[in-house]
Design a protein around this ligand. Structure first.
Ligand code: ADQ
Length: 468
């Protein structure tokens, strides 16, 4: 029987399946791995003095995981370097923040080689291999060098940038050539898929066939959009749990009748947090009567703290939130509650449910699962309003949200005003439309579609069209 091997930079299967403690993606991948008797392979998160290639195989929550340690230089050059200082900003259109350093490039290829060398002995003849995200773009090429003939798929969780942006990457063509060692490449959106196709056809001299296959570098692959979802049922259950209710009550009490506008993000420049703070300030300036009637609850968990750009961003946000509070606060009202902590999923669900507005305004985002979680957590009888950036992948599906351009401060300020004043009937209608899609295209739908396509089974295109 064929097994599924998932490969990702970090491996995080749930140790227990208790609602509220785990991310939907980790749960969905773990469920697939349990069903298909699979293995989850990746970096342990541990650092050794020198790379040993030692594999630690364990069972966590019924899932077999195979972990390898990396050495410090690997982490610096591959993870903090090429992945997070080169590819992440580039793929999010921040060419101004991209660092091109030869050592990063070398470290990235070296770690992909190490992953392939370490994974190779585990692979059996009929196994399906599913590689996740931008850390591991060249992995299939390194596996093929070991004569691995298995079907290998790749899913990119972040956007694929427009051709002229991607071309700023030194050795861009070599990187794309490595992708032609996969059988199937999945993107979050049609927009990313078209950008990739455009590059292949117009820059790499390839061919796009009528059935969507792409030929270049003497090889033919499948490429398609597979928009990721959340585990909607699990999140709805979490939102109705005792823990969520406790958080809901806590928030409602502390709101004291004021409307809560909520943002939940990793502290990342792609999430548009500065622009969001400024738009909220603009809203207060435009609508002085709303002072004391609303507040912004921004939860932003620090990530990638070893990368300087993230330290700078954190300092700017500290100062911006301080400035807005300094200018607008009164003795009994603070306009911005800015929190740098992480919360459990059931706690987050309670916070979303207590919110009148969800503000999800990334400058660029592969999908954005917070938008979907916000919708799933709402009380259908009295739902909050989702404001969503047109540059989040989720915007292609979530058309009943208030769609905004996060670079347009005035338009965002007016969307906040529209959201806080929206009548109940319209809120319910918009929410019902959004929830239908969040439930229909959940994470299990996404995973099954990708795996079926990787196995060579026809995708459920008719279902995509039906809910679109
Ligand atoms: P991320 O950039 O991490 O993911 P997102 O899709 O919003 O972005 O997922 C963030 C997750 O972290 C959500 O499940 C959210 O609940 C959780 N989270 C955020 N802040 C938190 C906090 N303070 N406490 C607890 N949990 C918190 C990448 C891509 C996205 C893509 C996903 C999945 O950048 O575009 O949607 O992968 O493919």
């Amino acid at each position: 029987m064929s097994r599924l091997i998932v490969v990702s930079n970090r491996v995080n299967p749930p140790a227990d399946t208790a609602v509220g403690t785990q991310g939907g993606l980790a749960m969905a991948l773990s469920a697939a791995l349990r069903e298909e008797n699979g293995i989850w392979f990746g970096w342990s998160g541990q650092v050794t003095d020198t790379y040993t290639g030692h594999l630690s195989i364990q069972k966590i929550g019924g899932v077999t995981v195979a972990l390898t340690d990396l050495e410090q230089q690997d982490v610096q050059e591959y993870y903090n370097g090429y992945a997070n200082r080169t590819l992440w900003p580039l793929f999010h259109y921040r060419t101004d923040l991209v660092a091109f350093e030869r050592t990063y490039d070398e470290g990235y290829l070296r770690v992909n080689q190490r992953f392939a060398d370490t994974l190779f002995p585990l692979i059996e003849k009929d196994d399906l291999i599913w590689v996740q995200d931008y850390h591991l773009l060249p992995l299939a090429q390194k596996l093929r060098e070991h004569e691995v003939k298995n079907r290998i798929g790749f899913f990119l969780h972040i956007p694929w940038p427009a051709m002229r942006v991607f071309q700023t990457l030194p050795k861009h063509m070599e990187l794309v050539e490595t992708l032609f060692d996969y059988d199937l490449i999945g993107f979050q959106t049609e927009d990313s898929l078209s950008a990739f196709q455009e590059y292949v056809v117009n820059c790499a001299g390839g061919e796009l066939h009528a059935d969507g296959r792409l030929t270049a570098f003497g090889k033919t692959i499948q490429a398609a959009a597979f928009p990721i979802g959340i585990d909607a049922e699990e999140f709805i259950t979490a939102a109705n749990s005792d823990k969520a209710l406790a958080f809901y009550n806590l928030m409602r009490n502390s709101q004291a009748g004021r409307k809560m506008i909520t943002g939940v993000d990793r502290l990342d420049y792609s999430k548009g947090l500065e622009e969001r703070f400024l738009a909220y300030e603009q809203f207060l300036n435009n609508h002085p009567r709303m002072e004391g009637e609303v507040f912004l609850m921004q939860i932003a968990t620090a990530t990638r703290e070893e990368v300087g750009t993230y330290q700078d961003l954190r300092a700017r946000l500290d100062s911006l939130s301080g400035r807005i509070n300094g200018e607008h606060a009164t003795i009994d009202w603070v306009p911005v509650r800015y929190v740098n902590r992480a919360y459990r999923r059931d706690e987050l669900a309670g916070i979303y449910r207590a919110s009148q507005v969800g503000l999800v305004t990334p400058l660029r985002d592969g999908m954005n699962l917070v938008a979907k979680e916000f919708v799933a957590a709402q009380d259908e009888r009295d739902p909050g309003v989702l404001i969503l950036s047109e540059f989040a992948g989720a915007a292609a599906q979530m058309k009943a949200a208030l769609i905004v351009n996060p670079f347009d401060r005035q338009a965002m300020a007016e969307a906040i005003s529209e959201a806080v004043h929206m009548p109940l009937k319209e809120r319910r209608q918009r929410h019902a439309d959004l929830l239908e899609d969040v439930k229909a295209r959940d994470v299990v739908w996404w995973r099954n579609d990708f795996v079926a396509r990787l196995k060579g089974e026809p995708v459920r295109l008719h279902e995509v069209e039906a809910v679109a």
